[in-house]
Design a protein around this ligand. Structure first.
Ligand code: AMP
Length: 187
């Protein structure tokens, strides 16, 4: 089963992705984690993206699409993907459809975790203390939210027509969101 977790930064996509990975024995596809890994390893990609990442700006589609392609064509992960933080633009959403078609896969569920701006700010400020992420300063958070509204939100129109699209109240507690997802997945 392939699942997309969609929503603004701080909506809880990563948290739910980890729970789903455990439950379904699937693989988490977090482009954020993949990009942070490139920076930590100081790779060529890492050097190119570090400034954009720290400012809360998007990394360009070409780099992200390349990272995603390797995972989609990894036969071990076939039909076992939990997307968290991808796609984040219309170009990426179209690229994903194309790659899934080419590899004979599809999206089984799209869960939109809907959260308002105030909740996001509170949650990310808390995460900053726990995880010490360098892109979690207030100015950067607001940048990330604006980028989401501008570039990522239009992807909602693209997916909301899909019969497998479900909106979930992302302001609920973690276990409440998990149980809503479970009900929809019937697991
Ligand atoms: P995340 O861990 O998903 O919150 O992502 C952290 C940061 O990584 C974002 O603010 C972007 O700078 C970058 N990033 C992650 N996923 C993508 C993506 N799909 N497209 C472009 N940039 C991304």
């Amino acid at each position: 089963m392939n699942i997309i977790l969609f929503g603004p930064p701080g909506a809880g996509k990563g948290t739910q992705a980890k729970i789903l990975v455990e439950k379904l024995n699937n693989y988490q596809v977090s482009t954020g984690d993949m990009l942070r890994d490139e920076i930590q390893k100081d790779t060529e990609i890492g050097k190119k993206i570090i400034n954009d990442m720290n400012d809360g700006k998007f990394v360009n589609d070409e780099i992200v699409n390349k990272l995603i392609k390797n995972i989609i064509f990894d036969t071990k992960k076939n039909n076992k993907l939990i997307f968290d933080g991808y796609p984040r633009s219309l170009t990426q959403a179209k690229n994903l459809n194309l790659l899934l078609d080419e590899s004979n896969q599809k999206i089984d569920f799209i869960f939109f975790l809907n959260v308002n701006k105030d909740t996001i700010i509170k949650r990310i400020e808390k995460r900053k203390i726990v995880e010490k992420r360098s892109d979690d300063d207030l100015k950067v958070i607001l940048n990330r939210y604006d980028t989401y509204m501008e570039t990522t939100r239009p992807v909602l129109d693209f997916y909301s027509r899909n019969p497998n699209f479900y909106e979930i109240d992302g302001t609920l507690e973690i276990d409440q969101i998990t149980s809503k997802i479970d009900q929809l997945l019937k697991v």
